[in-house]
Design a protein around this ligand. Structure first.
Ligand code: 9D3
Length: 266
């Protein structure tokens, strides 16, 4: 898999390229990353990549031409490297606060593909004519404001690369993840390790019992209660998908009673 990043800040990508799980996978050749700086595709002495918005307003807008030349260079390099299937050029994806929110389903889909050309914006925005001509898809990280698309692109790549075959050890397996089928889309239960008592706080007894069935029941209860408290939307989704059984529903009723004790009456 190959990602081509169109960015004014190529140095930022050392984080995902060189560190941790994604860094190890990169070193093993499972994926690659190339950067293309729009500033290198300018032709004026000041190497201008932005200008003032037509119609007025705050901030600056990225020029279409340096972005277009950078995308064309990335496309040509991918073609030369044989990075894409014949006749199936990689999608051009813009990281944007106005995009569709990224999620695990999108990460899973991308993990089946050969990569993408990712456009990282800076300033107030990008000339819409570039977006109309070149961008296939706009993706957001969520409803908060970033200073540019680079961190979004790194989050996106990290979420995809860790799903590629051979990237995770068994011990870090994606099969134990918060969004994996075994957990029915619920949040994961809490984790504990040595020592058994830390500053007077004990590890929950079921985890020390050695009874695998009791441990599984405790973890499921913890997952359900935590998810109900923090992400009721995920409970509703799991229920709609038929992933909660009668015992799960009893645990949720019990958790709701603990949360909101019954009125003792007048
Ligand atoms: C008031 C107008 N702002 C839109 C919310 C302008 C604006 C702010 C921040 C335009 C671009 C940006 C830079 N953000 C991104 O490039 C970005 C982003 C984000 O801000 N939030 C969530 N996901 C993403 S992906 C790229």
């Amino acid at each position: 898999m190959r990602f081509d990043l169109i960015t004014l800040f190529p140095e930022m990508f050392a984080a995902v390229r060189d560190q941790g799980v994604s860094g190890r996978a990169h070193a093993r050749g499972i994926w690659s990353l190339e950067t293309w700086n729009p500033r290198d595709f300018t032709s004026d002495v000041h190497r201008t990549v932005d200008d003032r918005p037509y119609g007025g307003g705050p901030g600056m807008v990225m020029l279409a031409e340096p972005l277009a030349l950078a995308v064309e260079a990335a496309r040509a390099a991918r073609l030369k490297a044989g990075a894409d299937a014949v006749g199936a050029p990689a999608p051009v994806v813009l990281l944007s606060p106005a995009g569709c929110p990224h999620d695990q389903a999108r990460a899973q889909r991308w993990a089946q593909e050969l990569g993408a050309i990712l456009i990282c914006g800076r300033y107030e925005g990008i000339d819409q004519r570039f977006i109309d001509r070149y961008v296939d898809e706009e993706v957001s990280l969520g409803d908060f404001v970033l200073s540019g698309g680079e961190l979004g692109a790194m989050v996106l790549m990290d979420s995809v690369v860790r799903l590629l075959p051979g990237v995770l050890h068994d011990a870090e397996s994606a099969v134990q993840d918060s969004f994996n089928p075994a957990l029915s889309g619920l949040l994961d239960s809490p984790h504990y390790t040595r020592p058994e008592a830390w500053r007077g706080d004990a590890v929950p007894e079921p985890l020390l019992s050695g009874h695998h069935a009791r441990i599984a029941v405790w973890r499921r209860e913890q997952s359900l209660a935590l998810t109900a408290a923090r992400r009721p939307d995920l409970i509703a989704r799991a229920r709609a998908a038929g992933l909660l059984d009668a015992r799960d529903e009893r645990v949720l009723e019990q958790a709701a009673r603990m949360e909101k004790p019954a009125d003792g009456g007048s």
